[in-house]
Ligand binder design. Structure first.
Ligand SMILES: C[S@@+](CC[C@H](N)C(=O)[O-])C[C@H]1O[C@@H](n2cnc3c(N)ncnc32)[C@H](O)[C@@H]1O
Length: 223
């Protein structure tokens, strides 16, 4: 019988697919505990499997959202979506990425429905689903290409004012280059900016979307 950590011997041999157990996940996340408990702190797991790490990051963030905003359904909704929107993953196996999406959605939706009761609504659920589909992708984290050969692109979601959310799309290869390289011609000509906090060059977004209510992000059209 195949254990919970392994789907098949072939997948272990071909993709190094061995899932991490809960105790190890928690021990590793405890090493960056403060960040896992910061609602908007962004996490990217480049070989996320079916989401063992990302699911626990989401659990931790949602516990903080409940503690800070649990008294108001509207505030809980907004900040739980912000928490979700900060979690990113890539896996080369489509079934893993799909399982990860479903898992994150189920965690979020269960907590949301329990917390917001009659005020829980399908517009927020649609937005959450949409964000997850853009944040958890299947592709190759080494070449930074999707399985269809196009560059991996991630959306950055920022709560800007009140209920408004801003979406900007970035290419993963450019984001990584900004962390690893000195200023070069591409950065200079492309208007990249140096970010003091992360000590990295930030590329220009490849797409920007108008400010939308966070429950309507799925309706935004590129501006
Ligand atoms: C050791 S498993 C870890 C999965 C998950 N991070 C966990 O701890 O449970 C490695 C994962 O990396 C994925 N993988 C292998 N090569 C990859 C690549 N080049 N890009 C993205 N994912 C890859 C596999 O499909 C597998 O899900």
């Amino acid at each position: 019988m195949v254990s919970k950590q392994i789907k098949s011997k072939e997948r272990v041999a071909e993709h190094g697919e061995v899932f991490t157990n809960e105790r190890e996940v928690n021990a590793m996340l405890d090493m960056v505990k403060q960040e896992t408990e910061r609602i908007e702190s962004r996490f990217l797991e480049p070989a996320c499997g079916n989401g063992n790490f990302l699911a626990e990051v989401l659990n931790r963030k949602l516990a903080v959202v409940k503690k800070q905003y649990g008294k108001s359904a509207l505030e809980y909704e907004k900040y739980s979506i912000l928490a979700l929107s900060s979690i990113y993953g890539v896996d080369i196996m489509e079934d893993n990425a799909k399982e990860c999406r479903t898992r994150l959605y189920d965690i979020w939706n269960k907590a949301y429905t329990k917390q917001c009761k009659a005020e829980a609504n399908d517009a927020a659920r649609e937005a959450a689903n949409f964000i997850i589909r853009h944040n958890i992708l299947y592709g190759d984290a080494l070449t930074m290409l999707r399985n269809d050969g196009k560059p991996i692109v991630f959306a950055q979601w920022d709560l800007v004012s009140g209920n408004k959310m801003k979406r900007r799309d970035y290419r993963l290869d450019q984001l990584m280059k900004g962390h690893d390289s000195q200023m070069d011609l591409e950065m200079l000509m492309g208007g990249w900016e140096f970010d003091e906090e992360t000590q990295a060059w930030i590329p220009s977004p490849i797409k920007e979307y108008p400010l939308m209510n966070y429950w309507e992000v799925q309706d935004a059209i590129e501006s």
